[in-house]
Design a protein around this ligand. Structure first.
Ligand SMILES: NC(=O)c1ccc[n+]([C@@H]2O[C@H](COP(=O)([O-])OP(=O)(O)OC[C@H]3O[C@@H](n4cnc5c(N)ncnc54)[C@H](OP(=O)(O)O)[C@@H]3O)[C@@H](O)[C@H]2O)c1
Length: 328
């Protein structure tokens, strides 16, 4: 059974941080879902979140995942929990919405997909970067301009509030920095054809499990000969030039993160196009719930999420490029 008598998909959230709050609000306000429990190791934020929505708090995520009155689970914990928690959710016969990434390794990701397929369950991964309204608009304009030649994303939080917070700067919890370079720069990869070549360079300081600052540069070449590059910098203060710049066959597109418009240049003329309002965090949950009910295809399928894992794994393996035989 995937719904209660009122036709709501009953959802439990695991975690009580930033994204747990974001998802809980949308689940509680949706006509199609009801939030039934919050399971979190952090008693303070967990009880606060549960109280805000009038649902039960528990520190026992395994018990919550197994509850018969839970149809689906939203995982908002850190990336290192995906394999264990995701597997427990799917093995209990519950649909899985998880914040990105699906898994930290292709092996773990394939296992999750296999269990979901065996049990007829939906997996949706929150790859929000590709459905933000500016990125949807850019995709439309790329198609109108004859397709991409070189797509470049710069990802650099201008005010990195996480600096000094361990999870995002600890490779044992959040993975090698290329994981987030690929996740946060996914808009230059999504909906493109097969990738035939990757290379990358990574700078970290200090160069260990826990780093303070990093800079990553990823280059991808697609089967259609088009190129994409992602620059990802983290832990630096100062104003960032984050955004996206796409050279197309018949023009170009520029977007500065947070701007209310994109700029399209074609035939020697530039024009600004306004970015529409949207709530991609809600859209992701709506797609997930609709897919549970009707099997409707989602903008990011489980296979696409698995592809992301394979891509960052390949990028990590090439994360300091190819050694040149003699200095060039
Ligand atoms: N879709 C988007 O736009 C978007 C935006 C930001 C982040 N994200 C993704 O969302 C995920 C969470 O990010 P966040 O910003 O919400 O992080 P956060 O604020 O640090 O929250 C993470 C939560 O998970 C809990 N947690 C972590 N490991 C756990 C474990 N082993 N067992 C039980 N609870 C655990 C944390 O508990 P403590 O409080 O005890 O640490 C905290 O409640 C990340 O994967 C990130 O990539 C997505």
């Amino acid at each position: 059974m995937d719904k209660d008598v009122a036709g709501h998909v009953r959802v439990a959230i695991v975690g009580s941080g930033q994204m747990a709050g974001v998802r809980a609000e949308r689940l509680a306000n949706s006509a199609h879902t009801s939030l039934v429990a919050v399971a979190a190791r952090n008693e303070k934020t967990g009880t606060e979140l549960a109280a805000r929505h009038g649902v039960e708090y528990t520190s026992d995520w395994r018990a919550t995942v197994g509850r018969p009155d839970v149809d689906a689970v939203v995982l908002t914990t850190h990336p290192d929990t995906r394999a264990e928690m995701g597997m427990a959710v799917l093995s209990a016969g519950k649909h899985l919405f998880t914040e990105s990434p699906l898994a930290m390794s292709p092996r773990d990701g394939s296992r999750l997909l296999a269990v979901a397929n065996e049990n007829g369950l939906v997996i949706r991964v929150g790859h929000t970067s590709v459905i933000r309204p500016a990125q949807c608009l850019i995709r439309e304009q790329i198609a109108a301009l004859g397709g991409p030649v070189h797509d470049h994303a710069v990802v650099q939080p201008s005010n990195d509030a996480r600096r000094g917070r361990r999870p995002g700067f600890d490779q044992r919890i959040s993975g090698h920095p290329v994981v987030y370079a690929v996740i946060l720069g996914l808009q230059v990869i999504y909906a493109r054809g097969p990738i035939v070549e990757v290379s990358a360079g990574t700078w970290m300081e200090p160069d260990g499990d826990v780093f303070d600052r990093c800079a990553v540069h990823v280059t991808l070449r697609f089967e259609d000969r088009g190129l994409a590059t992602i620059t990802y910098r983290r832990g630096f203060s100062g104003q960032a030039q984050a955004g996206r710049n796409v050279l197309c066959r018949n023009g170009s597109i520029a977007y500065a993160d947070g701007a209310g418009h994109i700029t399209v240049t074609a035939s020697g003329e530039s024009r600004d196009i306004s970015v529409p309002e949207a709530d991609p965090w809600r859209e992701e949950l709506d797609e997930f719930v609709e897919s549970i009910g009707t099997g409707r295809l989602m903008t990011v399928s489980a296979d696409e999420a698995m592809r992301v894992v394979s891509i960052f794994d390949a990028v990590r393996r090439h994360s300091n490029g190819y050694r040149v035989m003699s200095l060039l």
